[in-house]
Design a protein around this ligand. Structure first.
Ligand code: GLY
Length: 378
């Protein structure tokens, strides 16, 4: 192996975001190197793949909602292009999300969410008890109502990631399965060192999700404030014809749960939210709570068989929003901190970073999310 090589852009992190950034940049004719010591550990491997900007809505996060909606709008074309280039499916399904109310107070909160969404032009439909059961007969009787976000979609993140990796390979992206150390001075990034090899690159992208803060060589002035937020998902399977028509979400006695159906009959139940550092061990209490709450809303789940419990780490940021754009070091970019929306925000992050690299301009919808907003804190 040579002791030095060059690449127009080196991306640190081969998860959904990093691989999508690499693919989009390679499409624009750039030479791209993708560096990751453990590509399968990414949050994509655990994520359920809900593309649900509306029901993940929090009242203080209007710019994030706009970004989420813009990325959701890009998904059908993104997935079609990716499937075309890779020859692989992504599992994109336009099934909508049903947010189920657990009690009257919960239903009142859904009414408020519905009204708030309307002020932003987001279409949702409030459903009473009978309408809810008619739409999703597997739901437990007695739930007071729900909110249908018919425009929500879901994708299978494992299929999506496999398609991205294939599309990258077909575009000539070079994969390096190793840790990379950023080579940078205060006035510019110079590249990445992998073992004894220097990859000389005028552009380096920090896209290692929850692990971004562990990348060596990043100058303190360009440090990106992400932390791991552990999430567990369960994969179950029901025999027979029972099939959910929608992604179902609920807050059972205040405890959030969602169930995402796959075309092959698998049901992904998620997700815990734990501040536990990088401890990857599944926690029994989290598994119990997810099963208890999911089964409360969908009683038939007691008949389901067990496929898997999966754990990974969301990249949490101080304001729960992504960190995308230039750091203080010229050429050193961030594409991380996507927290609960990494799969949803993959298309818009990838095209936004490719725009930034090739034109020098980040699209306006991403402008509120640059690392500069943490300038005082870092
Ligand atoms: N977006 C779902 C989750 O992070 O659990």
């Amino acid at each position: 192996m040579p002791t030095s090589t060059t690449s127009d852009i080196t991306v640190l992190g081969a998860g959904a975001i990093g691989a999508a950034v690499a693919w989009r940049c390679a499409q624009r004719g750039l030479t791209v190197t993708l560096v990751d010591p453990a590509p399968s550990r990414g949050a994509w491997n655990t994520a359920a793949g809900m593309l649900a900007p509306v029901t993940e809505l929090h009242y203080t996060e209007t710019p994030l909602l706009r970004l989420n909606l813009a990325s959701l709008a890009q998904y059908p074309a993104f997935a079609a292009e990716l499937a075309d280039e890779s020859g692989r499916p992504t599992g994109l399904t336009e099934n909508g999300t049903l947010q189920v109310a657990w009690d009257g107070a919960d239903f009142a909160a859904l009414r408020e969410l519905h009204e708030f969404g309307r002020t932003l032009g987001v279409a949702t439909e409030l459903l009473g008890e009978a309408e809810l059961r008619a739409l999703e007969p597997a739901l437990a009787p007695g739930l007071p109502g729900g909110l249908l976000a018919a425009g929500d979609q879901s994708v299978d993140p494992r299929l999506l990631h496999a398609a991205l990796v294939t599309a990258c390979r077909r575009r000539g992206v070079r994969f390096v399965e190793s840790s990379g150390t950023v080579l940078a001075d205060e006035d510019r990034v110079r590249g990445v060192r992998v073992g004894g090899v220097e990859i000389s690159s005028p552009v380096v992208v920090l896209a290692a999700g929850a692990w971004t803060g562990t990348i060596e060589g990043v100058p303190t002035s360009a440090a990106v404030p992400v932390r791991p937020v552990k999430g567990q998902t369960l994969r179950l399977r029901l025999d027979g014809p029972t099939r959910l028509n929608h992604v179902v979400r609920a807050a059972v006695r205040g405890s959030s749960v969602y169930v995402v159906p796959r075309a092959d009959g698998q049901l992904v139940v998620g997700a815990s939210t734990e501040e536990a550092g990088f401890d990857p061990r599944p926690r029994a209490g989290a598994v119990y709570e997810l099963l208890r709450d999911a089964q409360t809303v969908l009683p038939e789940l007691s008949e389901a068989t067990w496929d898997e419990v999966s754990t990974s780490f969301r990249p949490g940021s101080p304001d729960n929003a992504p960190i995308v754009g230039p750091t203080r070091i010229p050429g050193l970019l961030a594409a991380t901190g996507h927290y609960r929306n990494g799969i949803l925000l993959t298309p818009i992050t990838a095209s936004g970073v490719a725009d930034l690299v090739t034109t020098g301009t980040l699209p306006g919808v991403l402008a509120p999310f640059t690392p500069a907003r943490f300038a005082e804190a870092t």
